[in-house]
Write a protein that binds this ligand. Structure first.
Ligand code: NAP
Length: 294
C-alpha cells in the first residue's frame, strides 16, 4: 500500500543516503510515569507506534535509558522487523539512578554498554544514528566531548553505529566533534519559549545538518501562551499544532520528534504538518517567546 505522506516535507541527513519525513516521533513518553518502568497500557503504546509508522513517520527518537530499556523494548514489539526506510535515532551518555534520577554516563565502558543495550533491546545489529548526549536536559554543559565521542567513533568503525549526532551541545562542542567524526544531526532544547539556539540553528542549516529540537511542545509542562492560543484560533488549529507548525516553518533543517502516549494526540500532531502559517502570524509567533510558559 502506498503511504499518503504529508509530513512537512523531507530532509536528507547529510552523507547518509537517508531521507527523513520532517514530522517524526519521540518515544520517551511511552515509558511509565517519570520515564520509569513500563506504561500502564503497553498495548496503547504499541498502537501509537504502529499508527505513526502507518502514517509515514520514518524517524523515531529513543534511548535505552528511557524506562530504562522499556521504550526500546516497546519499539521492538511494535515494529520489528523494521521497515527499510525507518530510521531509529538513539542516544547514549546518560543513565538512570535507582531513585529515577538522570546521571551522566560518559566513561568508555558506559558508552560501550549503552550502545550494546540499544542494540539488544531494539533487536538490531547496527544502530543507524547515535547521538552523544553531553549536557543536562535543561541545557548544554561546558567542556570537551572529545573523549566520549572518540569512543563512539571507534564503535562506528567497528560497524556498530552507522552515523553520529550530538545532543545538548554548544556550537564550540559541535566544532570540536566535527574534528573527530562526521556529525549528521544536533538534538537540543528548542521551542517557541526556548530560543537560545536561534543562531546555532541557522548555522546548522547553512551546513546542511539536521536540527532536532527536543521538548518541541514544552516537554513535561506543555507550552501555554495567550498569543499562541490566539494564533491557534486564527488558524483553526490547536495550540500544540501551531507550536509544531511554527518549528516546521522556522527552518527547513528542523526535524520534529514530538512525544505522546496517545493516539489522539499523535493524530493531532501529525496534522500540524499540513498547517500553513501566513507570514503575519509567523511574525506574531516569532515575537512571543517572553509570553510563553513552558
Ligand atoms: N536529548 C535529550 O536530552 C532529550 C531530552 C528530552 C526529550 N528528548 C526527546 O525528545 C522527544 C520529545 O520530547 P517530549 O516528548 O519529552 O516532549 P514534547 O514532545 O515537547 O511534549 C510531550 C508532552 O506533550 C503532551 N502532548 C503531546 N501531544 C499533545 C497534544 N496534541 N495536545 C496536548 N498535549 C500533548 C504529551 O502528553 P500525552 O502523552 O498525554 O500526549 C507529553 O506530556 C522525546 O520523546 C525524546 O525522544 C531528548
Amino acid at each position: 500500500m502506498t503511504k499518503e505522506i504529508n509530513l512537512g516535507g523531507a530532509f536528507s541527513l547529510p552523507g547518509t543516503g537517508r531521507t527523513l519525513n520532517r514530522m517524526g516521533y519521540g518515544a520517551m513518553q511511552l515509558a511509565g510515569p517519570h520515564v520509569w518502568g513500563p506504561p500502564r497500557d503497553v498495548d496503547g503504546a504499541v498502537a501509537v507506534l504502529r499508527e505513526a509508522a502507518a502514517a509515514g513517520v520514518n524517524h523515531l527518537d529513543t534511548s535505552d535509558f528511557y524506562g530504562p530499556h522499556v521504550t526500546n523494548q516497546i519499539i521492538r514489539k511494535a515494529l520489528h522487523p523494521y521497515p527499510d526506510d525507518l530510521v531509529i535515532v538513539t542516544k547514549v551518555g546518560a543513565r538512570r539512578g535507582e531513585d529515577k534520577s538522570w546521571m551522566p554516563a560518559l566513561s568508555r565502558q558506559d558508552l560501550i554498554d549503552g550502545v550494546h543495550d540499544n542494540l539488544r533491546n531494539l533487536g538490531l545489529d547496527r544502530l543507524e544514528v547515535v547521538n552523544l548526549r553531553i549536557g543536562g536536559v535543561m541545557g548544554p554543559s561546558e567542556g570537551s566531548l572529545a573523549e566520549p565521542l572518540t569512543v563512539l567513533a571507534e564503535l562506528q568503525r567497528q560497524g556498530l553505529i552507522r552515523h553520529l549526532g550530538v545532543s545538548n551541545v554548544r556550537p564550540a562542542q559541535l566544532a570540536e566533534a566535527q574534528t573527530i567524526a562526521k556529525i549528521v544531526c544536533v538534538q537540543n532544547l528548542y521551542n517557541l519559549a526556548h530560543r537560545n539556539d536561534d543562531g546555532f540553528l541557522d548555522s546548522l542549516a547553512a551546513q546542511g545538518i539536521a536540527y532536532v529540537p527536543f521538548f518541541p511542545l514544552g516537554g513535561f509542562s506543555p507550552l501555554q501562551s495567550t498569543a499562541l492560543d490566539a494564533a491557534a484560533a486564527t488558524l483553526e488549529a490547536t495550540p500544540m499544532q501551531v507550536a509544531l507548525a511554527w518549528l516546521l516553518h522556522r527552518s527547513p533543517n528542523i526535524l520534529l520528534i514530538p512525544g505522546t502516549s496517545s493516539v489522539a494526540h499523535l493524530r493531532e500532531n501529525l496534522q500540524a504538518a499540513t498547517l500553513q502559517i501566513p507570514a503575519e502570524v509567523m511574525t506574531e509567533l516569532n515575537a512571543i517567546g517572553g509570553d510563553v510558559v513552558a
